[in-house]
Design a protein around this ligand. Structure first.
Ligand code: UD1
Ligand code: UDP
Length: 354
């Protein structure tokens, strides 16, 4: 079989790390296309090097721009590659503009589409991610839902054909790389961080960064928390903190975005995690760390239902209260598969293509 995989943004590199290697290990042919949506070394190359992701066959170097321009440029470039490579199936991940461009281009050329992380819903259509995932799900032939909730979300939209509850590839990834992180990462020593002495934070969601009130409220809560905060800063957020001229407290240590192995170490060593990232909410759950989510809703409802994640939006008081008082106990229930999702996905693709 010949699978063409489209990736372009940080979380997609991590997700593809497990599946791409499995596809190739099974003796199948994979063409890997990097759209270039993320391009800084610490947003892109570092993941390929650390996680031994195969070198992309094509890098479209699309870069940053408005949604229409970015997605449209990807569509134009991808069409040429699909026509040349004639893949049996196109494989896309998650909910970014690279996901939508990859799936839409394939659908128009009548190439079957497989979507990893299908069925996630925030029910907030203002989010670009919600638009990307709904559209991609409705043109996909194989839909790999990570949770039962995702399967039910699809059922509610009358999407049942090709839906498989596979578990979550990010659970595979963390299991695969946790030991490597222990061996290789020295970030905690470098930053002089003892276990449980700090809160780890990430912020990048457009609804927070592109809204001055929300970003001001978040940064001021973190600055007034009286706690040491480690903040690997996404370039989008860096840009807006500068643009809004926000005051960042001395208790917040801003660092450049880190590679996945350092990120696992920072998460494992943290007392709590406060984030608006989708992937980080799940990793906090896998690593049994209390997660405070600075969004108004989450797609990963299992983490909240099981008591290890609390939704606080951008409200300063709620963020501060959770930083002080959110202390879940017990063991997070298994909700994201058994860590063999990449094998399950590869097998289903193999059977589909024949
Ligand atoms: C994208 C995804 C989001 C995902 C996130 C993962 C969309 C619509 N959004 O958001 O779902 O959670 O990736 O991190 O696809 N920039 C750089 N260097 C880079 C990449 C980006 O400086 O390597 C800056 C640019 O100023 C750019 C901004 O970050 O305009 C935003 O990048 P973009 O890829 O458009 O969206 P993300 O916020 O990264
Ligand atoms: N991540 C990373 N370095 C960082 C911040 C995040 O490796 O500096 C990893 C994180 O561990 C998770 C993934 O990136 O695996 C999440 O990506 P992101 O938060 O950018 O996007 P989202 O998951 O919200 O789409």
């Amino acid at each position: 079989m010949k699978v063409l995989t489209v990736i372009g943004a940080r979380p997609q590199f991590i997700k593809a790390a497990t599946v791409s290697n499995k596809i190739r290990k099974d003796g199948n042919s994979e063409i890997l296309v990097h759209t270039g949506q993320h391009y800084d070394n610490n947003m892109s190359d570092i993941f390929f090097e650390e996680l031994a992701i195969p070198k992309p066959d094509y890098n479209l170097s699309i870069g940053s721009s408005s949604h229409g321009h970015q997605t449209g440029s990807m569509l134009i470039a991808l069409e040429e590659i699909y026509l040349k490579e004639k893949p049996d199936m196109v494989l896309v991940y998650g909910d970014t503009n690279s996901t939508l461009a990859g799936s839409l281009c394939a659908s128009k050329l009548l190439i079957p589409v497989a979507h990893v992380e299908a069925g996630l819903r925030s029910f907030n259509k203002v989010m670009p991610e919600e638009q990307n995932r709904i559209l991609t799900d409705h043109i996909s032939d194989l839909l790999f839902a990570p949770t039962l909730t995702a399967v039910n979300n699809l059922k509610n939209e009358n999407v049942t054909k090709g839906v498989h509850n596979t578990g979550d590839v990010m659970y595979d990834a963390i299991n695969l790389f946790k030991e490597r992180a222990k061996e290789i990462s020295t970030i905690n020593e470098k930053l002089d961080l003892s276990p449980d002495s700090y809160i780890l934070s990430t912020i990048h969601r457009a609804e927070n960064t592109d809204n001055i009130e929300r970003l001001t409220s978040i940064i001021s809560a973190l600055s007034n928390s009286g706690k040491k905060i480690i903040l690997p800063l996404h370039p989008r957020t860096k840009k807006f903190i500068e643009e809004y001229n926000l005051h960042v407290g001395e208790n917040i240590e801003i660092i450049d975005p880190v590679g996945y192995l350092d990120m696992i170490s920072l998460q494992e060593n943290a007392k709590k995690i406060v984030t608006d990232s989708g992937g980080v909410q799940k990793e906090a759950y896998f690593l049994k760390k209390p997660c405070i989510t600075m969004r108004d809703e989450t797609e990963w409802v299992e983490t909240v239902d099981n008591g290890w994640n609390v939704i606080v939006g951008s409200d300063s008081n709620k963020i501060l209260d959770a930083l002080d008082n959110f202390n879940p106990t017990g063991t997070p229930a298994s909700a994201f598969g058994n860590g063999d999702t990449s094998s399950i996905i590869t097998d289903i693709i193999g059977k589909y293509i024949g």
